[in-house]
Design a protein around this ligand. Structure first.
Ligand SMILES: NC(=O)c1ccc[n+]([C@@H]2O[C@H](COP(=O)([O-])OP(=O)(O)OC[C@H]3O[C@@H](n4cnc5c(N)ncnc54)[C@H](O)[C@@H]3O)[C@@H](O)[C@H]2O)c1
Length: 305
């Protein structure tokens, strides 16, 4: 039934699967400072949503690692403030005001960046919005905007910058998803859908890059609560989230830069967030729903007035 070639191929696959399990376990316990880290200092990094929160912290961190940074945001003032901070310590920053919900604008500004600044080595899709409304309360236009900024923009930036990465067989694409891209939450149907889609997009893109034997790498980031204006918006609407422990944007940015430099494909923060994936796979759906409901943070809708 199986010829020798197929059997050898199966053995090779099993050995490689075992190798990747062991090496992932070693990587998980080894301090990052002991791990091999690629040099990104010669790369130009483009960060969307660089005018605030995690995007700003990431742009600053990448500039401190020696990257020339390209900052994209709809908020010109916030974007310029990030650039000023980078220039203060001698970093290089180029700012572009752009609405990530507009596909044609993304392609136009991407062409501008390629001719004015050059090829992008690290692309970070970080711009995002949240609505915090039940599906029936959320206006159609807000749902569409959420999908456009949080998901569709990741397709357009990838299509704009991947060809030059392929030409050099070098690059890294990062997409900001969320723990809300791993487990559904009441009051966040559009946000969760947009983040689940990002997780799927990057997973499939990674498979494409592997199939085409490219050296371009990807990182999907799934953080829980981070202390940013977006989180403040959440806390102002969801009573039960007021005491939710939050991570600092600088910490999250540092972990993302480490993930890029160590080619980590999935980064969940805090680490306990990985348990969402394991529990969802193991527990019956009703048991998982019960756990999510009682651990709080999933009832945005019911907490709103
Ligand atoms: N803060 C959290 O707790 C948290 C948790 C998980 C994931 N995230 C994700 O991290 C990313 C960054 O969020 P943050 O917390 O730093 O929020 P933030 O509100 O501080 O920053 C978001 C940035 O995106 C920009 N932006 C929004 N709409 C845009 C548009 N149409 N075009 C261009 N730029 C636009 C904003 O101007 C802002 O500068 C988002 O994708 C968010 O979904 C945040």
């Amino acid at each position: 039934m199986f010829n020798l070639e197929t059997i050898l191929e199966m053995i090779k696959t099993m050995v490689m699967v075992f190798y990747f399990i062991v090496s992932s376990m070693v990587k998980a316990v080894l301090p990052v400072s002991w791990q091999y880290k690629k040099d990104i200092s010669k790369d130009t990094a483009l960060v969307t949503g660089a005018g605030s929160g995690i995007g700003r912290a990431l742009a600053i961190s990448l500039a401190k690692h020696g990257c020339k940074v390209v900052l994209w945001d709809i908020n010109e003032e916030g974007n310029e403030a990030t650039a000023s901070e980078i220039k203060r310590f001698g970093g290089h920053a180029h700012t572009y005001t752009i609405d990530m919900s507009k596909r044609e604008d993304i392609y136009k500004v991407a062409d501008q960046v390629l001719s004015e600044v050059g090829v992008i080595g690290v692309l970070i899709n970080c711009a995002g919005i949240v609505n915090i409304k039940s599906i029936l309360q959320c206006p159609d236009a807000h749902i569409e905007k959420c999908m456009q900024v949080n998901t569709m923009a990741h397709f357009w930036t990838t299509k704009a910058f991947l060809p030059a990465m392929i030409e050099r067989d070098h690059g890294h694409i990062v997409s900001m998803a969320s723990s809300a891209g791993l487990a559904g939450m009441a009051g966040l149907t559009d946000y969760c859908a947009s983040k689940f889609a990002v997780v799927g997009l990057l997973e499939a893109l990674t498979m494409e890059l592997i199939a085409e034997k490219r050296s371009i790498r990807t990182t999907t980031v799934c953080p829980m609560a981070v202390d940013t204006p977006m989180m403040n918006q959440f806390k102002s609407l969801v009573e039960t989230s007021e005491d939710m422990p939050t991570m600092k944007p600088d910490y999250v940015a540092q972990r993302i830069v480490d993930a890029i430099r160590t080619n980590q494909e999935l980064l969940c923060l805090p680490r306990s967030c990985y348990s969402l994936i394991v529990l969802k796979a193991l527990l019956p759906t009703r048991a998982m729903q019960m756990l999510l409901t009682t651990t709080g943070g999933v009832n945005a809708m019911t907490d709103k007035d």
